[in-house]
Design a protein around this ligand. Sequence first.
Ligand SMILES: NC(=O)c1ccc[n+]([C@@H]2O[C@H](COP(=O)([O-])OP(=O)(O)OC[C@H]3O[C@@H](n4cnc5c(N)ncnc54)[C@H](OP(=O)(O)O)[C@@H]3O)[C@@H](O)[C@H]2O)c1
Length: 265
Amino acid sequence: MKIAFIGGGNMGEAMLAAVLEDGLAKPEAIWVSDVSQARRRALVQKYGVAAMAGNREAISDKEIVVLAVKPQNLVEVMAELSGRLKPGQVALSIVAGARIETLSKGLKHGAIARAMPNTPAQIGEGMSVWTATPEVTEEQKGLVGAILGAMGAEIYVDDEKYLDMATAVSGSGPAYFFLMVESLIEAAVELGLPRDMARKLVVQTMLGSGRLVQQSGEEPAELRRKVTSPGGTTARALEQFEEGQFTGLVKRAVKAAYDRARELG
Ligand SMILES: NC(=O)c1ccc[n+]([C@@H]2O[C@H](COP(=O)([O-])OP(=O)(O)OC[C@H]3O[C@@H](n4cnc5c(N)ncnc54)[C@H](OP(=O)(O)O)[C@@H]3O)[C@@H](O)[C@H]2O)c1
């Protein structure tokens, strides 16, 4: 597969590393364009891919053109690539908030895929939700799915509205999780645990609990009940979460992220 990355920052690098690791493309079939010379040099050295400053140059004869620049740089990138994509090429955007309609008009191109990945993609544990226009063939969808699948799990949806929802849940989700981790570490340190030990306890507990939900197939509420003996320590802690309206707080936070995603789009 021949792939161009427009923007070789955090997410661009995570994607190209995953694609190489899965053997979906050879290094010489990956061309990255980035305004930063330091980034270009680093990517060439680390992965053996080709890197250049010109976005138009990068896209020539590539099957997939990944747009991985920050939202504020998207307009200039679209202006540069407008009308330059050929019928057989698919533009795959991971730019948060950029709607298919905007991408399609900006690029003057019909075959567009839009994905919302998340940062655990950097270690192959990402969650990507994506969709594509009818102009994207089944074969091309297979390529897009393979690229996103190389970074972790992927779900295809046929309605773009789910992308704003996914942005609020899985896109921003790692930050919610890190806040929980931070808070638990702080609480553990306040109890008197050494910080290193607190970190180890918290991270392993989060990781193990996540895997348990995933592998047991049991409902999280059921798993929670199994930890909670009546009148015990967990029950006492959960009373505090309830008093602080934890579930309501999480719902409000996710709704706020969703509203913002829609606003940005
Ligand atoms: N981080 C996340 O959790 C996450 C999740 C899902 C989606 N996304 C989306 O992924 C996209 C990329 O995010 P990121 O964190 O990878 O950003 P990033 O690290 O800033 O990477 C973007 C790269 O593109 C370069 N660039 C800027 N303008 C350019 C241009 N006109 N042509 C070519 N390259 C250009 C930047 O160079 P300079 O730094 O020199 O400007 C930078 O190296 C964003 O749109 C974001 O919404 C991110």
